[in-house]
Write a protein that binds this ligand. Structure first.
Ligand SMILES: Cc1ncc(COP(=O)(O)O)c(C=O)c1O
Length: 479
């Protein structure tokens, strides 16, 4: 019956879902999301499906006839949910968080409803101007240089991912080499051996033939002396040092590179200096973490992900440049159909010149909703609480003679191993994950296996970290 009723209603609206039906299903979908968020803690975090199992439950061909929305919603429960990994579980300690929050979800919804393309100011002025303002707000909130505001020579833009914005920085640096009469084939990009693989991927995509991964010190931070030696060797070989990245919070252990020293080296050689603070950038909303980004005035570009720890649904990467003309000069191509008086007046920002895609969603809405709904105070509260929980867990690990920390805890990532070695460490990680109530990431450094515990999911509280500790305590074999 339902199926028939749905088909009739779809056909009577010319196959479109009527706004009346949309309203009904939309309310039900919001209830579905709220129920999910209320119950996610009870669900085993990792699904037990085998490869191909979800696919096998889906028809091989798209439907020829319209289907009622009730059937689609039912399959969301019956087919999709069994294959979901619950990143929004408060027991999520794996990778880095990819947080959602109700205001961000509502912002996504509003953006989807408006469905504008904000490629240039003129194609939807509010899309650009809200983004300008939200990016400027973050400059103050994170104590970034004032010149990075869109009202100054620099500016911020929302991109899909830190990988995209790092790629952009590499493209601009490479362009600078050729604009100065050098050969792109001679350009060299540097970053630490602990830098995210986005650096190497971005450099490859941008056409760099020379990528140097510089050694790190005892706390996994870039060794500036090794950077100097690599630059000298490259200059002697006739190459052109073009780009260097400092990481503030590496993926492996949240190591912090010496931003100021790297900036001074970059300035000596007129290189582009990019900072990857994809995860740790959010922490800068609290003044007590800002010493980690000392030297930002010596930085050309900076990337951080509100879609990690700032309660804003993926995708939302914030990319800043100190001088936007470098970016625009590299990327701007104006086809005749995009010429318009606002662009020609020079009074507006056209974000299409700030990244590869032309079309762009109204992603600033969800960030705007989050910043207003939590307030800076709310975000600071949660960041501090996550860091407190991480340090408490690190203390427990430190006091246990079966376990050892493998890195300092500057933010909310705890890295540890079992003292019995790789096999015991890997078994411990697997046993924690098999519990279904907590999920961690097994990883490796040069000296062996370790376990990453990233505390930062939107709803992670003391009791979730206590439960994780109880698991570690119960599952770690004696020495
Ligand atoms: C330090 C760092 N940089 C870059 C990235 C890549 O982020 P994205 O998925 O936004 O490209 C990550 C992802 O975890 C990261 O930790």
């Amino acid at each position: 019956m339902l199926r028939r009723a749905g088909i009739v209603s779809a056909m009577s609206a010319g196959y479109h879902m009527s706004t009346e039906d949309f309203r009904r299903h939309g309310h039900a979908m919001v209830d579905w999301i709220a129920d999910y968020l209320d119950s996610v803690e009870e669900r085993p975090i990792q699904p037990s499906v085998k490869p191909g199992e979800i696919r096998a439950r889906l028809p091989a061909r798209a439907p020829e006839q319209p289907e009622p929305f009730e059937a689609i919603a039912r399959d969301l429960d019956d087919i999709v949910m069994p294959g979901i990994t619950h990143w929004q579980s408060p027991g999520w300690f794996a990778y880095f968080p990819a947080n959602s929050s109700p205001p961000a979800i509502l912002g996504e919804m509003a953006a989807a409803g408006l469905a504008v393309q904000g490629m240039v100011w003129a194609t939807s002025p509010a899309c650009t101007e809200v983004e300008n303002v939200v990016m400027d707000w973050l400059v103050d909130l994170l104590a970034l240089p004032q010149t990075w505001k869109t009202t100054g020579p620099g500016g911020g833009v929302i991109q899909m991912s830190a990988s995209d914005s790092t790629h952009m920085a590499l493209v601009v640096a490479r362009h600078r080499v050729t604009a100065r009469g050098g050969r792109a084939a001679d350009a060299v990009a540097y970053g630490s051996a602990q830098a995210h693989s986005a650096l190497e991927k971005g450099a490859r995509v941008a056409g760099y033939e020379h990528i140097r991964l510089i050694g790190v010190d005892a706390v996994h931070a870039l060794d500036p002396e090794e950077l100097r030696r690599a630059i000298t060797a490259d200059l002697e070989a006739g190459l052109v040092p073009a780009f260097v990245q400092s990481s503030v919070g590496t993926t492996g252990t949240t190591a912090v590179d010496p931003v100021r020293t790297v900036g001074e080296i970059a300035a000596e050689h007129a290189m582009w200096h990019h900072v990857d603070a994809a995860y740790a950038g959010t922490a800068m909303i609290c003044p007590e973490f800002r010493h980690h980004q000392d030297g930002l005035e010596l930085v050309d570009s900076y990337t951080f992900n509100p879609h990690k720890w700032m309660f804003t649904n993926f995708d939302c990467n914030a990319f800043y440049v100190a001088d936007r003309s470098a970016l625009v000069d590299t990327l701007s191509i104006v086809p005749p159909f995009l010429r318009n008086p606002a662009t020609e007046s020079g009074e507006v920002i056209d974000y299409r010149d700030w990244h590869v895609p032309l079309g762009r969603r109204f992603r600033a809405l969800k960030l705007w909703f989050v910043l207003r709904s939590y307030g800076a105070e709310g975000i600071r509260h949660h960041v501090r609480e996550h860091v407190r929980l991480a340090r408490e867990l690190a203390d427990r690990i430190d006091l246990d003679d079966r376990l050892g920390l493998v890195a300092p805890v500057p933010f909310a990532l705890v890295c540890f191993r079992h003292v019995a070695g790789d096999a015991a460490t890997e078994r411990l990680a697997a046993a924690i994950n098999a519990s279904g109530v907590a999920h961690v990431t097994p990883s490796r450094l040069e000296d062996g296996a370790f376990i990453r515990v990233s505390i930062g999911q939107t709803h992670t509280e003391q009791r979730h970290v206590d439960r994780l500790w109880d698991l570690v305590d119960e599952l770690a074999p004696p020495v």
